[in-house]
Write a protein that binds this ligand. Structure first.
Ligand code: HEC
Length: 157
């Protein structure tokens, strides 16, 4: 059966479209983080958003990506090294735009509020910390710059 391969190919094509514009944005954002130089990463969502996002994830995403975000067979994990490898160089806005347009798979049907909350929960699950300001549909910060300092990769290349 070729359906699964087709699904995988579609997912990849979608991500490639984002990847093309991601690298330039990523470099600029990393520069800002370095200039800030405070040692603690920026906080771009509130604890309330992450808590609401946890419930919305359980309801709308966990059936495929697993309740603990570890993925299922060929369906990607949404936390951990594989997630960071794919999404770390991209922005919170790119992530929000992707899930808003594509998830739940084939039925992107949730509210803007739910997508921001789910984004907050997934970011938190990847080491980002909650703070004062709420995540919005236009928040655009490099994802790997949000993780705790210990997990940051050096910016040199
Ligand atoms: C019906 C099953 C299903 C549901 C429900 C679902 N997804 Fe997916 N998701 C997929 C499939 C299939 C792919 C494409 C293959 C892949 O990359 O895992 C995918 C891909 C993704 C990706 C890209 C992963 C990567 O790193 O390449 C993200 C992010 C994502 N889903 C988030 C979500 C979120 C958030 C929800 C809930 C709002 C959700 N998904 C609900 C099946 C599902």
């Amino acid at each position: 059966m070729h359906l699964r391969e087709h699904i995988m190919a579609m997912g990849r094509a979608f991500l490639l479209a984002f990847a093309a514009s991601a690298s330039a944005v990523g470099i600029v954002t990393m520069g800002e983080v370095m200039v800030a130089g405070q040692g603690s990463p920026p906080a771009v969502f509130t604890a309330q958003q992450a808590t609401a996002g946890k419930a919305a994830y359980a309801k709308n995403c966990a059936s495929c990506h697993s309740p603990d975000l570890s993925g299922n067979g060929e369906i990607s994990a949404l936390a951990g090294p594989a997630f960071m490898e794919t999404w770390g160089p991209r922005t919170t806005k790119q992530f929000f735009d992707y899930i808003s347009a594509a998830m739940p798979y084939g039925q992107p049907s949730l509210t803007t509020e739910a997508y921001t909350e789910i984004s907050a929960f997934i970011l938190q699950s990847n080491g980002a910390i909650a703070g004062e300001s709420a995540l919005t549909a236009s928040t655009s910060v490099e994802i790997r710059g949000l993780a705790a300092a210990a997990t940051l990769t050096p910016a040199s290349h």
